[in-house]
Ligand binder design. Structure first.
Ligand code: DX5
Ligand code: ZN
Length: 229
């Protein structure tokens, strides 16, 4: 495996202090986050509710890296323009969220964003095989979406299969759920490019102790480097 592969760490602000998003986003970026992952939940596609477009728009001025918006909502299409307007850089929709993911990905790109497609743990890699020319990112869920802090589900063979299917295409593989220093090496060895981590980044820190976020991210990066040693 090449040593020049770049692994991006995308802290999920689902684990941040909900009364202090601006400062939390600045803190994780100051401490080395590559992307900022925003989990949008609708209480319908997943059994939890989080943010809508006005909240995401309020996060935007605080993000200087990449605002990576993960939609756990159904339907998706009526809201694509609202998330473009809110300033999402990457907009990811679940393949399970509707019958016409091909159209959804086209609409996300047409609205000027990078298009992501996410797969629940029970969904096979083949569900996105015919979507890869329309996707910039495939998000492999390693928990059932809806909540932070859940136990990692091993999706190694799915990640490997996706790597083969993607081939030379410029499509990133993102892993979301239960990523920590124990699981990051497994998914990285299998082919992950972007590691979403909520609890493992925010645990023990705060905007008053942001160095803890930095230490947590450095620990994840160090765990991954052993993959290439
Ligand atoms: C789960 C979300 C994840 C979650 C990750 O539905 O999509 O982004 O916040 O949290 P951890 O890292 O705590 O599993
Ligand atoms: Zn997510």
């Amino acid at each position: 495996m090449s040593t020049d592969r770049k692994i991006r760490i995308a802290p999920s602000i689902l684990s941040a202090d909900f009364a202090n998003f601006g400062a939390e986003i600045r803190a994780i970026e100051d401490q080395g986050a590559d992307w900022v992952h925003v989990d949008v939940m609708d209480g319908h596609f997943v059994p939890n509710l989080t943010f809508g477009p006005p909240a995401v728009k309020a996060f935007r001025p605080h993000v200087t890296t990449v605002m990576d918006v993960h939609l756990m909502i159904a339907p998706v299409d009526p809201y694509i323009d609202a998330y473009a307007e809110a300033g999402a850089d990457v907009l990811t929709a679940h393949v399970e969220a509707g019958q016409h993911t091909h159209r959804t990905l086209q609409a996300i790109r047409a609205a000027g964003m990078k298009a992501g497609v996410a797969l629940n743990p029970g969904t096979p890699a083949e569900a996105v095989e015919h979507l890869l020319d329309l996707a910039d990112l495939v998000c492999v869920m390693t928990v059932n979406p809806g909540f932070g802090g859940q136990k990692f589900i091993d999706m190694t063979t799915k990640i490997q299969r996706l790597c083969q299917m993607i081939g030379d295409r410029p499509v990133l593989i993102e892993i979301d759920g239960g990523v920590d220093t124990q699981t990051a090496p497994l998914v990285t060895a299998a082919g992950a490019d972007v590691l979403v981590a909520g609890s493992a980044v925010f645990r023990g820190g705060s905007v008053d102790a942001p160095e803890v976020y930095g230490n947590n991210m450095r620990a994840i990066r160090a765990s991954v480097e052993t993959v290439w040693a």
